[in-house]
Every structure is written in C-alpha cells, then in structure tokens.
Design a binder for this molecule. Structure first.
Ligand code: SF4
Length: 234
C-alpha cells in the first residue's frame, strides 16, 4: 500500500521513519510505510499510541517489518518514540514451535550413557503403595502361575536355559548401557517383575523411551531412562 493513502493522525510519519533508520544497519533497509495502527487508552477516546510499520529489507528476515511505536501524552502533545522493533509479517519465515525436550524424545533415542528425565507427575508411574492389584486380579494371577488352563508349563531345565541366555545377553548386566546406567532396573518404576521362580532375577521393561521396552531385563540391567535417573518438577 502506498504511504500516501494511509491516514497519519499523529502526523509522526517522518519521526517514526527516522527512528527506524537509526536502528537499521543500512538506510536502504527501511522501506515503504505498510500501515499505521492506533491504540486507545482508558482515559481518552482519542488514540494515544500508534505503531508505524515499514517494510524491512534485511537478509534472513524476509517479510519482516520495522515496527515503530510512538505515543502522545495528551491529544495536543507532539508524538515521541516508545520503541523500535522488528516484527514478522504474514509471509515471514519463523522458527517452528518449541517442543519440550521430554516431548521430543522417541523410542530408540536412548543410547549408552544417555540420561532421560522423568516428570514427577509422569502418568505412567504411581507411588509404590498405589500399585496393589484388586483381590479378583490377584486370584487370577495365582491360578495362572499354578499352570491351570495350560496343557504344559516350562520345565526346570527349560527355565534355567532361558535364564542363562537372558542374563548373558544384551539385557543382562554385562553391556555398555548397563554399565553406564545411573541405577539398575530393580529400582526403576518401569520395571515389571515377572511371575514365577525367575521373579527375583528378571522383569519386563515398560518404558517406551528405553531401548529395552517390552523386553525381559535382569534386575541388575539398566539404562539412562530409569524412572528416578533425573526427575523434573515442571
Ligand atoms: S531398562 Fe531402563 S527403563 Fe527399563 S526397567 Fe531397566 S532401568 Fe528402567
């Protein structure tokens, strides 16, 4: 829009342009007047504050404008400069919306030596005293552990072979991610002990951010996504 067609109620166009020129690295980086907007104050029907927008020709600031805010103490006063800033226009290239670090993490992001913070109010964790199952659920679990409802159950030989294999594997204690973990799995809120005679040695990881999510881990395994590794309160 041509500046000649924009009504200047404050008669402060040249004052505002001079302020923008003072802030601009080069005079040619202050362009045409784009608009003038007026703000009314509580004690007057007349606007006391106006913002003059000028095109800005700055490298890396495509579509941005110089915004010069001027004010008048009284209707009859001369305008004075309040502020000069650069503001983005509708076509400006802006940074993407900021996303908190904990919300940016994806499964598979945690490697050896990494520490993942857990919120104090993380919905996936509850205090230990709140984790008792109801009576009905407990009864069903006991029935299943006795082998009822299955034709065959694991033999002692089969169990020992599995335990040796799991303990010596990537989810036992002898690997870089465990050795650099802040704490072992048996103190982690995401550790679900398994049923039966292997309960004291193994459990299942239930942390989506851990590389071992949904896998059997030994009690002395560990990773940087341990629930108590780093607790943030926001
Ligand atoms: S592997 Fe990590 S997140 Fe999973 S139970 Fe062990 S310490 Fe917790």
């Amino acid at each position: 829009m041509s500046s000649a067609k924009i009504e200047d109620k404050f008669n402060a166009l040249e004052l505002a342009r001079a302020a923008a020129l003072e802030d601009a690295p080069k005079p040619e980086q202050v362009g045409e007047l784009v608009s003038i907007s007026y703000d009314e104050t509580a004690d007057s029907d007349e606007a006391r504050i106006a913002t003059y927008l000028f095109e800005a020709s700055l490298p890396a600031y495509v579509g941005w404008r110089w915004a010069v805010t001027v004010a008048k103490v009284e209707d009859s006063s001369s305008a004075t400069i309040c502020d000069v800033v650069l503001l983005p226009g509708v076509e400006s290239l802006l940074a993407p919306e900021w996303i908190a670090y904990k919300d940016r993490l994806l499964p598979g992001d945690v490697g050896p030596g990494d520490i993942v913070p857990t919120s104090a109010d993380d919905a996936r964790l509850v205090p230990g005293y709140a984790a008792l199952p109801g009576d009905e659920e407990l009864d069903l679990a006991q029935h299943f552990e006795f082998g009822l409802g299955r034709a065959r159950v694991l033999s002692i030989t089969g169990r020992d072979l599995a335990a040796q294999r799991w303990y010596a594997g990537d989810r036992g204690p002898n690997n870089p991610i465990s050795q650099q973990a802040p704490k072992p799995c048996n103190s982690c809120g995401f550790f679900i002990p398994i049923a039966g005679s292997l309960r004291s040695a193994f459990g299942v990881c239930a942390n989506i951010l851990s590389p071992d999510d949904a896998r059997v881990v030994s009690v002395d395994h560990g990773c940087g996504a341990h629930s108590e590794a780093l607790v943030v309160t926001d």
